[in-house]
Write a protein that binds this ligand. Structure first.
Ligand code: GLC
Ligand code: CA
Length: 551
C-alpha cells in the first residue's frame, strides 16, 4: 500500500513561477493561459509534476506569497475557470500539479487579519500574534519583525514583510480553517503541496528575545521560531486531518532544518511530510551575517554537505534535490561558469544533482541554462527583499557598488526575469512591457535555440529524466563519496543490488587528472551512461566535464 503511494520517489518536478513564465494577453505579467500553452513543452522535457508558485488573490507585496484570499485566483493570472482548465490539461497529459501552501502568514489584507485588527476581543484576534511590547526579532526582509497598529495600540508579528503578518498556530480554530482550505484544493484534484516556510509555524509561545550580535540592531529569533516546540504535532495533525486522505506528495520548505530534523519530518512512519527543502547547501557561499555577505564556495564544503544529506536520509526519509528556485540565483552563474563554459557547466551541474537519491526539482529556465542578470540601476529590481536590504545597508554606510554586487550574486530577481522562449522582443515572454526586464542574453539563450540544437542543455535534461525512469539504481541506490579531499572533482558512487554507478564531475575550468588506481581501472572497464562531452579521455576530465559510468 505504502509503496504504491510513493509515486513521488520516481518523479521529477518542474517549478513554474507564474508571473515570469508566459504572458498570454500582453499585460506584461505571466498568467494561467500562458502556462497552458506551454504544457506540451514541459511534457516533451519529460517532467512528471509541476510545482506552481502561488496563484492566489494577493496584493503582491511579495509576489503572491502574501495571500489575501486562498480560494480565489489572482486577477492578473486569470480566473478559477482558467485554473480548472489548466488542471484538466495537466492531467490529460499525465502530469501532476502541486500548489504552494503559504500558511505561516497571510497578507494583511486577508479577511482574518482585517478582523483581527478590529479589536482586542474580535474572534480572529488570536489568529495572529499581538503584543503590547515587541521582542527584538528582526524580519527576514530587514528591519523589526513587529509593526505597531494604532487602532488597538499593539504590535503584530511579521517574520517577512509587514504586509505578511504571521499566523498563530496555537489557535485551534485557525488550524481547522487552514485544513478546510487545503481540502478545498485537494478535492479539486490537485496532487499535493509545496509548503512555504512550514517549519516556522510553531513559535515558542513566550516569544523570547533572540541573540543580539555586536553591531546588530535586531536579534536572531531563529531558534524560537524554526523547528519550534509543537511543529511535529502540528504536521502530524495536518497529516491526519487532511494529507493522509489523498494520494498526494508534500514537500516542506524548511530553513534551518538539519539532517536530524529532516529524518523526523520525512520518516514515513511518522506521517508528516514526504520530503523537505534544506537550505544548508545554499548557505555555503555566505559569510557570517547572512546571504548578502559573499564568500566563494569551497567545493569540499558542498561535497561534505550533500554527502551528509544523501547518507543521512538513505532508508530513513527522503531527499529533495535542487540547485535553483525563485529565491536563489541561477546555478550556472553561481557554481558553474556562465561565460566560456555555460553549456558544459550547466550539464555538469545537472548530472551531479540528478544522479543523487531523492526527487529532483528543475526551476523554469534551468533546463536552458539561464543566467544571472546585472542591471545597473536599482530601479530595474522588483524584489522586496532586495529593495529593503538596499535601504538598510545604505543606512549602515555600505557603498552602492558593494550592495549592488551582493544583489548581482544573490538577489532573488536573478531567478525571476522572464522565461526566455525565443529571440523576439522580451524573449517572447510578452507582447507588452514585462513587469521585470528580460535578461539581455535572451538572443542567445532561449527555448527555440535549445530545441533546434540536439546538443543543447534542454535535451541533456531530457536524457537525465529518461535515465531516472529507466534505471532503478538512481532511485534506490546508496551513496558513497569518492575523492573526498579533491578541491575540484565531485565524484561519487551509487550501489544497488549488484549494480554500480560512478558519477564524476569536474567543477572547474582546469583539467582534472584522475590518479586513483582503482578509480582509473573502473573508468576503463565501465560503460558510459551519459557525458557532457562528445568524447572522453577517461583519465583526464576536461573543463566542467561530467561523466557517468556503470559496471
Ligand atoms: C519562502 C518563499 C519566498 C517568500 C517567503 C515568504 O521562502 O519561497 O519566496 O518570500 O517564503 O513567504
Ligand atoms: Ca498576462
Amino acid at each position: 500500500m505504502k509503496k504504491n503511494s510513493e509515486w513521488w520517489k520516481k518523479s521529477v518536478v518542474y517549478q513554474i513561477y507564474p508571473r515570469s513564465f508566459n504572458d498570454s494577453n500582453g499585460d506584461g505579467i505571466g498568467d494561467i493561459q500562458g502556462i497552458i500553452k506551454k504544457l506540451d513543452y514541459l511534457k516533451m522535457l519529460g517532467i512528471d509534476v509541476i510545482w506552481l508558485s502561488p496563484v492566489y488573490d494577493s496584493p503582491n507585496d511579495d509576489n503572491g506569497y502574501d495571500i489575501r484570499d486562498y480560494q480565489k485566483i489572482m486577477r492578473e493570472f486569470g480566473t478559477m475557470a482558467d485554473f480548472d482548465q489548466m488542471l484538466e490539461e495537466v492531467h490529460k497529459r499525465e502530469m501532476k500539479i502541486i500548489m504552494d501552501l503559504v500558511v505561516n502568514h497571510t497578507s494583511d489584507e486577508h479577511q482574518w487579519f482585517v478582523e483581527s485588527k478590529k479589536s482586542k476581543d474580535n474572534p480572529y484576534r488570536d489568529y495572529y500574534f499581538w503584543r503590547k511590547e515587541p521582542n527584538n526579532w528582526g524580519s527576514v526582509f530587514s528591519g523589526s519583525a513587529w509593526e505597531y497598529d494604532e487602532g488597538t495600540e499593539e504590535y503584530f508579528l511579521h517574520l517577512f514583510s509587514k504586509k505578511q503578518p504571521d499566523l498563530n498556530w496555537e489557535t485551534p480554530a485557525l488550524r481547522q480553517d487552514v485544513y478546510q482550505m487545503m481540502k478545498y484544493w485537494l478535492d479539486k484534484g490537485i496532487d499535493g503541496f509545496r509548503m512555504d516556510v512550514i517549519n516556522m509555524i510553531s513559535k515558542n509561545p513566550d516569544l523570547p528575545d533572540g541573540e543580539l550580535e555586536e553591531g546588530q540592531q535586531f536579534g536572531d529569533g531563529g531558534k524560537y521560531y524554526m523547528n519550534g516546540p509543537r511543529i511535529h504535532e502540528f504536521l502530524q495533525e495536518m497529516n491526519k486531518e487532511v494529507l493522509s486522505h489523498y494520494p498526494i506528495m508534500t514537500v516542506g520548505e524548511m530553513p534551518g532544518a538539519t539532517t536530524d530534523d529532516a529524518k523526523l519530518y520525512t520518516d514515513p512512519e511518522r506521517n508528516e511530510v514526504n520530503m523537505i527543502f534544506t537550505f544548508e547547501h545554499m548557505d555555503l557561499d555566505s559569510a557570517p551575517g547572512g546571504k548578502w555577505n559573499l564568500k566563494p564556495l569551497d567545493l569540499r564544503d558542498l561535497k561534505d554537505n550533500l554527502t551528509k544529506w544523501q547518507m543521512g536520509l538513505h532508508n530513513k526519509g527522503w531527499n529533495s534535490l535542487y540547485w535553483n528556485n525563485h529565491d536563489q540565483p541561477r546555478v550556472v552563474s553561481r557554481f558553474g561558469n556562465d561565460q566560456n563554459y555555460r553549456v558544459e557547466s550547466a550539464k555538469m551541474l545537472a548530472t551531479c544533482l540528478h544522479f543523487m537519491q531523492g526527487t529532483p526539482y528543475i526551476y523554469q529556465g534551468e533546463e536552458i541554462g539561464m543566467t544571472n542578470v546585472k542591471y545597473e540601476s536599482l530601479d530595474d529590481y522588483r524584489d522586496i527583499e532586495t529593495l529593503n536590504m538596499y535601504k538598510e545597508r545604505k543606512g549602515l554606510g555600505y557603498s552602492h557598488e558593494e550592495i549592488m554586487n551582493s544583489i548581482y550574486v544573490k538577489g532573488r530577481d536573478n531567478a525571476r526575469t522572464p522565461m526566455q522562449w525565443d529571440d523576439t522582443d522580451h524573449g517572447g515572454f510578452t507582447k507588452g512591457t514585462p513587469w521585470i526586464k528580460v535578461n539581455p542574453r535572451y538572443n542567445e539563450i532561449n527555448v527555440n535555440n535549445a530545441l533546434e540544437d540536439s546538443n543543447s542543455i534542454f535535451y541533456y535534461y531530457q536524457r537525465l529524466i529518461a535515465l531516472r525512469k529507466k534505471m532503478d539504481i538512481i532511485v534506490e541506490g546508496n551513496f558513497e563519496l569518492l575523492e573526498k579531499e579533491h578541491p575540484a572533482l565531485f565524484a561519487y558512487k551509487r550501489k544497488w543490488q549488484d549494480e554500480e554507478l560512478l558519477v564524476l564531475c569536474n567543477f572547474s575550468q582546469e583539467e582534472v587528472v584522475i590518479e586513483n588506481e582503482e578509480l582509473l581501472r573502473k573508468i576503463r572497464d565501465y560503460q558510459v551512461v551519459i557525458s557532457n562531452y562528445e568524447s572522453s579521455n577517461k583519465s583526464t576530465l576536461k573543463p566542467y566535464e561530467a561523466i557517468v559510468l556503470k559496471k
